[in-house]
Design a protein around this ligand. Structure first.
Ligand SMILES: C[S@@+](CC[C@H](N)C(=O)[O-])C[C@H]1O[C@@H](n2cnc3c(N)ncnc32)[C@H](O)[C@@H]1O
Length: 463
């Protein structure tokens, strides 16, 4: 028998059978693992002591401590395994299990890649039970036994998606339609996309990042196909080999992007160019990283205030960089924004270039010189580039996100008002207390005066 502990059934329904070589529980969250563990311990308390070895596989130190406490008195082995794949974890379960009953509880996003080998004495039906629990739909959207899978996937995403790593399927199409050996990636940040180009077949990826973090250095050093170029674009481009694919996701302003695209159309006319941030908020409004490598005379007056979709001006409660970047004060006009830069660079090029835009996650442009190959690529990309659904979802995403920012700021302001009012109320209450105390002493003094007057009057009137 293989039971899925994620719904906490083991122990509450039946005792694991003596002929079971191991019982595997696969749970998505620490809460579910703990709940399943509680079920096992409770069953053992209420029925008969279970001679089980409990193997808890998790990277969560808090969970391991809580589980140890829960089973204190019961035999438990807690293994701290960080970053192990489901298959490795199953390997651990099987090894420990040989010849004894084992409950393996796993915390984290663990999905069976394939059904595990059943133990030698596992009864018939084991494989069928596993297969029924985990089909291809269930893997992404959950099942009746694991209804929260999509919710978990949603909450594990950052609130504001922004990385090009989300566009792997678009890159797959680019690689399928062009021979791409050399990539120049401008604007690398964490390096989470760099490895994708290598995975898709690039032999060399030049990662241009003027401000690399230690984490980025480590990530790039671990992959021999990736090379850090610690200089800013566009000046770095001329020092690098001509590439088959350019990814432009560095400083999102007219001066930088126009110079980058002009350099590529002149020097690498057969390359495909993928540009990020060609739509809101940078399409028609310059954005400057701090520090920016754009000469001051090519920058518009800018502000740390943020863009919002709810009105046209920048806003203190808009999408801000908290010191990391600035937006041009005004949107539109000439020589302003990423999309304007691409249009102008292409208009000045010797040949015709086609720009397609995927309207998602701030807009991704795919630019290539006109020709049969580009027509085929444009056609392949069209489900993404012409999708009204993606366009609506993106507009909804930026509307919701900037609304959340406004509401968040309004909540902070409202809290400050409440705190000020609470302070004023405290001051007033203290003042009322002081006045009441003054009143009491005045009354006491009056009483004493009246007493004295009565005594004087009595003395004057005589006996
Ligand atoms: C939006 S992030 C890149 C995100 C990354 N491409 C991804 O999709 O995960 C922009 C990066 O560009 C870098 N950057 C800023 N100005 C640059 C320039 N002139 N040349 C190259 N990179 C630049 C910034 O330091 C930052 O790490």
């Amino acid at each position: 028998m293989i039971s899925n502990l994620s719904d906490g059934v083991v122990g509450t329904t039946e005792r694991p059978r003596p002929d079971v070589s191991f019982v595997v529980g696969c749970a998505g969250t620490p809460e579910l693992v703990l709940r399943s563990l509680q079920d096992v311990v409770r069953w053992s308390d209420e029925h008969e002591p279970l001679e089980l070895e409990l193997v808890l596989v998790s990277a969560e130190a808090d969970l391991l401590a809580a589980a140890q406490e829960l089973v204190s008195g019961a035999p438990v082995r807690a293994l701290h395994v960080e970053g192990a794949s489901p298959r490795e974890l199953l390997g651990i379960g099987s090894t420990v299990a040989s010849g004894q009953q084992v409950v393996t509880l796993m915390a984290g996003e663990l999905i069976y890649e394939q059904e595990p080998e059943p133990g030698p004495s596992a009864p018939e039906g084991t494989r069928a039970a596993l297969a029924a629990a985990e089909g291809p739909l269930a893997e992404r959207f959950g099942s009746r036994h694991d209804p929260h899978r999509q919710g978990r996937a949603a909450r594990e995403q950052p609130l504001l998606l922004h990385s090009l790593s989300l566009f792997r399927e678009v890159f797959e199409l680019v690689f399928a339609h062009r021979t791409i050996r050399t990539v120049v990636e401008v604007g690398v940040e964490s390096g989470q996309v760099s490895g994708i180009y290598a995975e898709l077949g690039a032999e060399r990826v030049h990662c241009v990042e003027p401000a690399p973090s230690d984490e980025l250095r480590r990530t790039l050093a671990a992959n021999p196909a990736l090379e850090l170029v610690e200089r800013p674009s566009p000046t770095a481009l001329a020092d690098l080999p001509v590439a088959d694919l350019y990814i432009l996701d560095g400083d999102h302003n007219y001066a930088t992007v126009r110079a980058e695209v002009e350099w590529i159309t002149r020097n690498a006319p057969d390359a495909v160019v993928v540009l990020h941030d060609v739509l809101w908020p940078c399409s028609r409004r310059d954005f400057y990283y701090q520090p920016s490598h754009v000469p001051a005379d090519q920058q518009f007056p800018s502000s740390e205030a943020g863009a919002t979709v709810w009105h046209d001006e920048l806003d203190e409660t808009g999408f801000r960089g908290e010191g990391a970047f600035r937006f041009a004060l005004h949107a539109g006009g000439e020589r302003n924004g990423v999309l304007t830069a691409v249009e102008d660079a292409v208009a000045g090029a010797d040949a015709g270039w086609t720009l397609s835009i995927v309207p998602a996650v701030f807009g991704v442009g795919i630019l290539a010189r006109d020709g049969a190959e580009t027509r085929a690529l444009t056609q392949a990309l069209s489900p993404y580039t012409t999708s009204e659904l993606l366009y609506s979802l993106e507009n909804n995403r930026i509307a919701l996100f900037t609304r959340v920012l406004h509401l968040d700021a309004a909540m902070v302001t409202a809290r400050q008002v409440v705190e000020r009012q609470e302070q004023a109320l405290q001051d007033l209450t203290r003042r009322v207390g002081e006045l009441e105390s003054d009143l009491r002493s005045s009354r006491a003094q009056l009483d004493r005066e009246q007493e004295r007057v009565r005594a004087v009057r009595a003395a004057l009137e005589g006996p």
